[in-house]
Design a protein around this ligand. Structure first.
Ligand code: CUA
Length: 344
């Protein structure tokens, strides 16, 4: 056996592996970075609230970089210059250096950050105009109930705001602690049992902004997302009008059969559909369920297949949620889906 050749081949393979490693690390990093595309980032603010937080973040970042550079420079000096030459510290010099670098600079940094932080805290706590629209949001395990003050209607996991206007958001929880967070619009506000908390939303540009519960609240905390739609004033007004109006009546035979199945089955015991006998208050109001961006507060996309799967057994989609598996006759499921998708 040619041992030398064997060793040579092995070391060549080893070399190739070593050369490949940076490519794998870089490629993997880039691939993972791709996951963040479209993910909400507090560093990509779209409103004045998140803008303040982002500015504060960058201020802290650059201060940290400056402190890091200063420490590295002093370390380099100590290792390279100080060691080589016989530098004698003259009387008074070390004290001055320690006073400036160790106490003076940190004091200036801390006072500046504290002052800027207090200014931003006051601005974020500022009440919107008393005439501003008020959206009422209630956190449930694990979805968000959304209402507009003065309007008799509800939706779930989606709220609309007019672009460029500061909108008040009144927060309650029906059970445990949750936290209302729209990274691109506003920092977190906790929902505390027995309390009514307030925050506001302001978007400078139209768009859909993802929100997320930011306080661990149980098994499905991760699937407690919502969407904020910032749109021109007339579109916002149309949304409020839709919220108050009865749900659209069924137009096809399949939809009619679906409505019948909904009202006769157990669905209506927990869910409401405006303008029908369904008036349950345990689960989300379904009057506009066909227009929603997701099923189960961000658990799965809102399409026929997922809707059918959810109705039949939502426990396989979002385990632990409060909707038990439904004994729906398979022949009636397509009608039920057709009816629910027509509600928009
Ligand atoms: Cu609600 Cu986490």
């Amino acid at each position: 056996m040619d041992t030398r050749r064997d060793v040579t081949t092995r070391s060549a393979a080893e070399r190739r592996r070593r050369q490949l490693l940076p490519v794998v690390v870089l490629g993997g990093g880039l691939a993972l970075a791709g996951c963040s595309a479209g993910a909400p980032s507090a560093l990509d603010p779209a409103g004045s609230g998140a803008g303040r937080v982002a500015n504060l973040w960058w201020l802290l970042f650059w201060i940290s970089m400056a402190v890091f550079a200063e420490v590295m420079a002093v370390l380099a000096w100590a290792l390279l210059v100080r060691r080589r030459r016989d530098v004698r510290v003259r009387h008074g010099q070390p004290l001055r250096f320690v006073t400036v670098a160790g106490a003076g600079i940190p004091l200036v940094v801390l006072v500046t950050v504290y002052a800027v932080g207090l200014r931003d805290l006051a601005a974020l706590g500022d009440d919107p105009d008393p005439r501003a629209p008020t959206i009422e949001v209630t956190g449930h395990k694990w979805w968000w109930e959304v209402r507009v003050q003065g309007v008799d209607g509800a939706t779930a996991n989606e709220l609309h705001i007019p672009v460029g206007e500061k909108v008040r958001v009144r927060l309650r929880t029906a059970d445990v602690l949750h936290s209302f967070w729209v990274p691109q619009l506003m920092p977190k506000t906790d929902l505390i049992a027995g309390e009514v908390r307030e925050t506001w939303l302001h978007a400078e540009r139209a768009g859909n902004y993802r929100g997320q519960c930011a306080e661990y609240c149980g098994t499905q905390h991760a699937h407690m997302a919502f969407r904020v739609v910032a749109e021109p004033r007339q579109d916002y007004d149309a949304w409020v009008a839709r919220l108050a109006a009865p749900a659209p009546a069924p137009r096809t035979d399949a939809q009619r059969r679906g409505q019948e199945a909904f009202l006769q089955g157990s669905c209506a015991g927990c869910h409401a559909i405006r303008g029908t006998a369904a008036n349950g208050r345990i689960g989300p109001d379904l009057s506009d369920v066909g227009s929603r961006w997701s099923i189960g507060a961000g658990a799965v996309p809102n399409d026929g297949g997922h809707l059918g799967g959810w109705i039949a057994n939502s426990q396989t989609v979002k385990p632990g949620n409060y909707m038990p598996p439904q004994p729906v006759d398979a022949s009636r499921l397509p009608d039920l889906i057709a009816y629910l998708q027509s509600l928009r």
